[in-house]
Structure formats: structure tokens, C-alpha cells
Design a binder for this molecule. Structure first.
Ligand code: NAD
Length: 337
């Protein structure tokens, strides 16, 4: 039933923490949330009937067909409760008169800290040690790691998250080199970071960490050719978007022994898998199954953003974006708002 003075919002892909933080966000008393656990797609768009706004996350599929159904039902606003927007057809949204807003920055610390956490775990084999000790196996064989101090870390993409990741690695005493199509030269100078060409970064880094958005030109940035340029024993970290890495090429480089370790918070085929409890099912994705079998691969399920601070900020900004109903928010053009 429509409550006239409230803005009705269909929230797709809702998890318990989304509901908890959105319901207690400032201004939430002016919003009628309609929480759906399923993802947005052309098949589920009809569930937005009668709402003014839909709220989506990274793995919802807001393609043209889906947006046409939303617009035909009177939806005015798409509120992404995330920073990335590669899952939304911006051109179609504009043509259909749909406003699009997002949360360009919530807690870059959450993602940067998780990135470094993946590396520390992998490098010192803490994931293996944890299991071993629980089995009363207190031996140390096979757990040798390396100091990060003195190593070279290559940061690809020095926006908000890349910069913080670089700064944390500088704190370890690592040399940090970086590549970005728009270098932040003042920041680099202040923090002792050196910009280099992409090939030089790949050739020189013991650790390569990806922090660029997913765009046509960054898709498969790490592929068979670019991985071949990396150092023997390199650690690869991806907490940005799965499709930045060609998984088939990554697996080949792992099998050949070229790669020392891989930390992934994202995976190119994560839609429908990450965020779900599939523990009672058969995993149908052969490449993901294979990745999970490597002792030197550590995968988390797109959880880098999952801190109290980030969830609070996502809920606060999303609610404000919705209350503005796009009126004051510029149309998202593919750049930071
Ligand atoms: P940002 O926009 O602040 O920085 C992105 C940087 O990439 C910019 O400096 C930009 O100049 C650079 N860049 C863009 N295209 C490039 C190219 N072709 N070559 C080189 N550099 C290029 O973004 P951010 O807030 O630092 O986020 C980075 C990415 O992290 C996001 O795009 C998103 O995909 C991902 N992310 C993941 C999570 C998670 O939970 N795992 C959470 C938030 C964001």
C-alpha cells in the first residue's frame, strides 16, 4: 500500500546488514523501504512496481532491458549503494530519463585495509597456520613467508583506495611504485611513491595490487601477456572488480608456478555466487573451484567494504540521495560525482 508522504524504494539484493543500516540511517523515517533478497535483473524488475526509486548493489544487473521495465513502471531514480557502476547501462538510463546516484566514497580505508590483510595472510600463510593449529599440528614446515619491508609494491590505480593501500605499504617500509592514467603527483611526492609506466610496474613489483575501476580499457588488464611480464613469485591482489583479471590466464600462471600468491575479493563470474550461502550445493563454476584448491590463493566474497563505518556511510549517503530524489544530484556521468 502506498503511503503518500513517504518515498517508496525497492531495495534489491538485500542482506541483513543492508536492512539494519538503511533502517537506522538519518532520514530513513521518510522512506518506505521494500526489501527484496533477490537481485535486480530484467526478470525481477517488475517487483519495483509502484516505487519511485530502486536501490541496488554491485551484482545487480541494470541493463537496458531491465531499465526499460523500471522506467515503464514510473521509477525515477536508481540509487547505487556502492561506488562502482559498471553493472548499470548509463546511456540507457539517460535516454529513459532515469536519474542515477551512487556513493562515490564511503570508507576507502575498509577496502585498503582488507587488501593488505589478504596479502599478510597469504604471505605469512596465516590461513594455513590457523587450520593446522586447530588440528594440534604445531609444525612450521611450509609456512615460510617473506618480509614486506624492502620489497617493491606496484599499485595500479591511485584513486582513494589505491592511495591508502600505497600508504599502508609505505608504512611497512616497502618501495611503492604506481601507475595511473591521471597521476596524483603531489600525493606521490608527499608519500614517497614513484609513478612508472605499466610495463615497468609489472616487471619490477613483488606485489601487484589493482585499484582501477572496471572500464572497457581496464577489462582483463591482467591477462596472459601482462602476467608474463610480472616477476617470478609475484603476489597479485584484486579487491576492485573481477573482470580486471582474465581468470583463465591467472590459473595458467598459478599452475606454471610463476605466481607466488593471489588474493581476490572479487571474481569475474561472482554474480549469483558471492554474497550467497551455497554450502549445501555443488559449485558449478569450474574455474572458481580450481582457484579454491590452490593453497596460495585466498578468496573472500566481496567483503572488503564490510566495516561498520562503511555500512553506516553507505546507508547515510544512499538515504540522502533518495530523499533528494535525484533533484540535487547531478546525473552520474561515469566520473566521480
Ligand atoms: P577512484 O575513482 O578514487 O580511483 C580510481 C583510479 O583509477 C583513479 O585514480 C583513476 O585515474 C584510475 N584509472 C581509471 N582508469 C584507469 C586506467 N585505464 N588506467 C590507469 N588508471 C586508471 O576509485 P576508488 O574509490 O579508489 O575505488 C577503486 C575501485 O575499487 C572501484 O572502482 C571499485 O571497483 C573497487 N571497490 C571495491 C570494493 C570492495 O568491497 N571490494 C569497495 C569499493 C570499491
Amino acid at each position: 500500500m502506498r503511503i503518500s508522504n513517504l518515498i517508496e524504494v525497492a531495495v534489491y539484493n538485500t542482506k541483513s546488514y543492508d536492512q539494519e543500516y538503511l533502517e537506522k540511517a538519518e532520514g530513513a523515517e521518510h522512506v518506505q523501504w521494500r526489501f527484496h533478497e533477490f537481485r535486480l535483473s530484467a526478470e525481477t524488475a517488475l517487483a519495483a512496481k509502484g516505487v519511485q526509486a530502486v536501490c541496488i548493489f554491485v551484482n545487480d544487473e541494470a541493463n537496458r532491458g531491465c531499465l526499460e521495465i523500471l522506467a515503464a513502471q514510473g521509477v525515477k531514480l536508481i540509487a547505487l549503494r556502492c561506488a562502482g557502476f559498471n553493472n548499470l547501462d548509463l546511456v540507457a538510463a539517460r535516454e529513459l530519463g532515469l536519474s542515477v546516484v551512487r556513493v562515490p566514497a564511503y570508507s576507502p580505508y575498509s577496502v585498503a585495509e582488507h587488501t593488505v590483510g589478504l596479502l599478510l595472510t597469504l604471505n605469512r600463510k596465516i590461513h594455513r597456520a590457523y587450520n593446522r593449529v586447530r588440528e594440534l599440528n604445531f609444525s612450521l614446515g611450509g609456512l615460510v613467508g617473506s618480509d614486506i619491508h624492502g620489497k617493491t609494491v606496484g599499485i595500479i590505480g591511485t584513486g582513494k583506495i589505491g592511495q591508502l593501500t600505497a600508504q599502508i605499504f609505505r608504512g611497512f617500509g616497502a618501495e611503492v611504485i604506481a601507475f595511473d592514467s591521471f597521476p596524483a603527483n603531489d600525493w606521490a611526492e608527499t608519500n614517497g611513491v614513484r609513478y612508472v609506466a605499466l610495463d615497468q610496474l609489472l616487471e619490477s613489483s613483488h606485489i601487484v595490487s589493482l585499484h582501477v575501476p572496471l572500464l572497457p580499457e581496464t577489462r582483463y588488464l591482467l591477462n596472459a601477456l601482462t602476467l608474463a611480464k610480472t616477476k617470478q613469485g609475484v603476489f597479485i591482489l584484486n579487491t576492485s572488480r573481477g573482470k580486471l583479471v582474465d581468470t583463465t590466464a591467472l590459473i595458467a600462471a598459478l599452475k606454471s608456478g610463476h605466481i607466488g600468491g593471489v588474493g581476490l575479493d572479487v571474481y569475474e563470474e561472482e554474480e549469483g555466487v558471492f554474497f550467497e550461502d551455497l554450502s549445501g550445493q555443488v559449485l558449478l563454476d569450474d574455474e572458481l573451484s580450481q582457484l579454491l584448491m590452490f593453497p596460495n590463493v585466498l578468496i573472500t566474497s566481496h567483503q572488503a567494504f564490510l566495516t561498520h563505518e562503511a555500512l553506516s556511510e553507505i546507508a547515510r549517503v544512499t538515504t540522502q540521495n533518495i530523499l533528494n530524489l535525484g533533484a540535487n544530484a547531478p546525473f552520474l556521468e561515469g566520473t566521480t560525482l
